[in-house]
Design a binder for this molecule. Structure first.
Ligand code: NAD
Length: 249
């Protein structure tokens, strides 16, 4: 049995699957990841004189909100992006009662747009924004409407911040605990489109206790040796084949 068939067999036999996804799941929706060649980190030297990790840090946001928002609007927001086969397959597997939760490092909201209901966003999401002074919530439209400059609260004038976890900021502990619970209880864990180098998020894979860890990533990751099935291919291609073979059952 080849690796894809092994993965399909595991999915067929289980009703307790958890998925853990990263930026690679959204590259087929034309949202660049960070670390692929052609990803955001390789593309930035041209315009920005700071490394992207620094621009996306809390220190930078506090000190240069104008430059942060310039970068954020032009490099982190993809309003025309639509879910691809990976997002759609996970939503379908949830609908079939197989996937219990999608835990994602992504901030793009595409899992929810695809129809996934139980999505745990470890790094927050671009669709939620709030006033740092009074807590009022704002849509992404509000952030983008201004085009440039720093968005401020229309009630109190406070600085509006995206509900995304910046470098130096802690993860939401409640979401992290829930994610760990799902992973620890999972029969099958599908890890997809993540370089598994961004901590503490990547560390949650260590909580998986089963022997059906399916890792789908174009390039090698530090967890390849721990996975039971490794597929170094495009996530969309694999998930499309997976769903079509389940449909045949
Ligand atoms: P990463 O950029 O570090 O790694 C992405 C991985 O996905 C790479 O190993 C790459 O080889 C692989 N990949 C790319 N396209 C693929 C495809 N079609 N199929 C399978 N694999 C593919 O991303 P990360 O590990 O998620 O960490 C980066 C951090 O930045 C995370 O917090 C992430 O959420 C955030 N980020 C989010 C978005 C988004 O929301 N879409 C985009 C960029 C970065």
């Amino acid at each position: 049995m080849d690796n894809l068939q092994k993965a399909i067999q595991m999915i067929k036999e289980s009703n307790n699957i958890v998925a853990f996804t990263g930026a690679g799941v959204s590259t087929e929706s034309n949202i660049p990841d960070f670390r692929s060649s052609g990803g955001l980190f390789s593309d930035l030297g041209k315009k920005y004189s700071y490394p992207p990790e620094f621009i996306l840090s809390r220190t930078f946001f506090d000190q240069h909100p104008d430059l942060f928002y310039d970068f954020y609007r032009s490099k982190m927001i993809y309003r025309d992006a639509l879910p691809n086969d990976s997002h759609l397959a996970l939503a379908k597997l949830e609908e079939m009662g197989k996937v219990k939760a999608v835990i994602t490092q992504n901030i793009d909201g595409l899992h929810q747009m695809a129809g996934s209901k139980n999505v745990l966003e470890l790094h927050g999401g671009v669709n939620r924004n709030f006033c740092m002074n009074c807590g009022k919530e704002f849509s992404l439209d509000y952030i983008m409407a201004k085009g440039e400059g720093v968005p401020s609260c229309d009630d109190c004038g406070g600085l509006v911040k995206p509900d995304v976890v910046l470098y130096e900021e802690p993860l939401n502990q409640q979401i992290m605990h829930k994610a760990i619970e799902y992973i620890a209880a999972a029969d099958v864990l599908i890890v997809m489109g993540t370089s598994l180098v961004v901590y503490p998020a990547a560390g949650i894979v260590d909580y998986y206790r089963g022997n059906k860890l399916i890792l789908i990533n174009k390039t090698e990751t530090p967890y390849d040796s721990k996975a039971n099935v490794v597929l170094h291919e495009k996530a969309g291609t694999i998930m499309r084949q997976m769903i079509s073979s389940l449909d045949k059952v």
